[in-house]
Design a protein around this ligand. Structure first.
Ligand SMILES: [Zn+2]
Length: 195
């Protein structure tokens, strides 16, 4: 299980991830170096990985107080999904971004933490050529789809050459902040962050 998570953090798509989220301070940097640091924290058991039936199939979470990555035991981790399913792999990346933020920038506003996590998750899927995901995100109408649709727009712009800008700007992040503000799980975080 640890090996499967570490393998995701070191794979060919993760190696191409390079995002800076936030403006002014704090800026959360997510790239192959920061994700490799999470991989090594998992390997050395500073971050634990737990399988639990509490998490529904297709979900995962990072529990900061326990430094624990929780994965759903309803997902068949030994065989297909964690090795072949881009959505599951990208979800693990999302939670590992939270682990990175918790380890290195514990005072990061939740909105920036979630922006970094969702954008990295989306970037991973787009780097992996997951066109079905892009289609689904951009055609969906619910609050979740609006978050992913905003992420696709930002990542799409970011992927266009020259993709060298160090950090996403306030203006570039705005559609995502708006989507968070319309989601029941994140609207409080959106309201707490000075826009
Ligand atoms: Zn999250």
């Amino acid at each position: 299980m640890i090996d499967l998570v570490v393998a995701i953090l070191m794979d060919i798509y993760t190696k191409r991830i390079k995002l800076g989220v936030g403006y002014g301070t704090p800026v959360v940097a997510v790239n192959h170096v920061t994700l490799a640091a999470v991989a090594s924290a998992i390997r050395s058991k500073k971050i634990s990985v737990e399988m639990t039936t509490v998490i529904p199939k297709g979900f995962a979470r990072y529990v900061p107080s326990q430094k624990m990555l929780q994965l759903s035991s309803h997902d068949n981790v030994n065989a297909s999904s964690f090795q072949n399913d881009t959505s599951v792999r990208a979800m693990v990346i999302h939670e590992c971004v939270h682990a990175h933020v918790h380890m290195n920038r514990p005072n990061t506003p939740i909105l920036i933490d979630e922006s970094a996590a969702f954008l990295t998750q989306t970037l991973y899927r787009m780097l992996a050529g997951d066109t079905a995901f892009v289609k689904q995100a951009t055609s969906g109408k619910n609050a979740n789809a609006r978050i992913f649709s905003a992420c696709v727009g930002i990542v799409d712009m970011w992927l266009r050459p020259p993709a060298t800008r160090p950090n996403l700007s306030r203006t570039e992040l705005n559609p995502l902040f708006q989507a968070f503000a319309g989601h029941k799980l994140y609207k409080q975080a959106a309201a707490a962050y000075p826009l």
